[in-house]
Design a protein around this ligand. Structure first.
Ligand SMILES: [Zn+2]
Length: 398
């Protein structure tokens, strides 16, 4: 029997077990900034299931009271390792999703089922299958870092991802795929910048002498329109204003001060650098108003054009064909920890997890149960292919 068939049969046979485990993980609600007890319960659950198949698990403290701790899980010994990337936090405050596990036909909704506890359980099933089918090569190490703060931008975990990725042959990011697509993958992600512009002019009485004001509010209103006009979808630039704060509705005053925050996304490092320097030196429209910039690029670009990532994607496409899947790579504007693993030159493939839709939408986020087995078998076979490769994937970029 071919390895593909063995893996697919294994996954199909274990589909119910997969759903039982996912149900338990989803019901342990774990909002990013939720209670420590809740976060710990969810983390403990993952520690328990991964330990049961032979992973050595270590708690890695986040050292930040806002977030839970991370889990570093390692399987096997060897100089060469591959890295799985996952997070157990979700965007939903406890009790805000609605029903925690709702099945309708082939769709199951639940907080974080899609983004991304489904992908986390998938890592378990992939390694369990490879182990039980005796397909795992000797002398290879599998590392799974499960973080607690991804939805907050990975403030305390990104350094761990970068360190681990530097030592890894490839990174597989188990985030859900783009939309409800059986053969979808994510092959690149925009960088993300977050900027706050502080305007300082001078206030004046809004009735008596408004003409004397150097209005911070007017300045920022003009900047908001200008900055959003820099969006260029073809070039790969999006700029969106997310907060404008100036003045007081109860006062007869033209405000001198104000703050404007933007979210900026770029398809390449080169473009990001160009816009970053523009934002760091933003020129005011109005004389007498000064602008100071806070913030910068928070997530580096995961550039799909990088040869190392391309090679991994090509390999995944070949594996996909063996499962009759015509793999399609998407570039996401939203970032993940794949941005961090890619930033240190580690060949990265993202969106390896569940198919489904409506991430971050309470009551709606769902997974497609029909795709679990085939996507699991595909991930297992892709991982095997990388573990068996003699040459380095990243040799082309060094
Ligand atoms: Zn996610």
């Amino acid at each position: 029997m071919s390895e593909e068939k063995m893996l697919l049969e294994y996954m199909e046979k274990h589909n119910e077990a997969f759903l039982d485990m996912l149900k338990e993980a989803v019901k342990l609600e774990s909002p990013t900034e939720g209670s420590k007890t809740d976060l710990e319960k969810c983390r403990d659950y993952f520690e328990r299931i991964f330990s049961s198949i032979g992973f050595n698990c270590h708690v890695v403290p986040s050292n930040d009271s806002r977030y839970g701790d991370h889990l570093l899980m390692e399987f096997g010994e060897g100089d060469e390792q591959i890295l799985f990337v996952g997070h157990y936090d979700t965007v939903y405050e406890k009790g805000t999703f609605g029903s925690l596990w709702e099945q309708e036909g082939t769709k199951i909704s639940g907080p974080g089922a899609f983004d991304m506890k489904g992908g986390d359980v998938q890592v378990y099933m992939v390694i369990k299958a490879l182990k039980e089918l005796e397909l795992l090569p000797e002398n290879k190490k599998i590392v799974f870092f499960l973080s607690s703060d991804e939805e907050a931008g990975s403030p305390t975990s990104h350094k761990h991802y970068q360190e681990l990725a530097k030592k890894s042959k490839a990174s597989f990011v188990m985030e859900p795929t783009f939309g409800d697509c059986t053969a979808g993958l994510t092959t690149g992600r925009y960088s993300r910048g977050n900027y706050t512009f502080v305007a300082e002019g001078s206030p004046a009485h809004s009735g008596q002498e408004p003409e004397k004001a150097k209005s911070g509010l007017k300045e920022l209103a003009e900047q908001a329109i200008y900055l959003e006009s820099l969006t260029d979808l073809e070039k790969g630039v999006t700029i969106a204003c997310t907060c404008l704060n100036s003045g007081n509705a109860g006062w007869p005053t033209v405000p001198g001060k104000g703050e404007l925050t933007i979210d900026a996304r770029f398809s390449s490092e080169k473009i990001a650098e160009k816009y970053d320097s523009l934002f760091q030196n933003l020129e005011p429209f109005n004389a007498g108003v000064k602008i100071t910039t806070n913030g910068g690029i928070e997530k580096p670009t995961f550039d799909e054009k990088d040869p190392a990532h391309k090679k991994l994607y090509e390999l995944a496409k070949e594996v996909g064909k063996r499962f009759d899947m015509n793999m399609k790579g998407y570039v996401g504007r939203a970032g993940t920890d794949g941005n961090f693993t890619a930033s240190v030159g580690c060949p990265t493939l993202d969106g390896m997890g569940m198919s489904g839709d409506f991430a971050h939408q309470p009551g709606k986020e769902y997974i497609n149960t029909e795709d679990i087995a085939v996507r699991g078998a595909f991930v297992a076979r892709t991982v095997l292919e990388v573990l068996r490769m003699e040459e380095e994937l990243q040799s082309e970029i060094e």
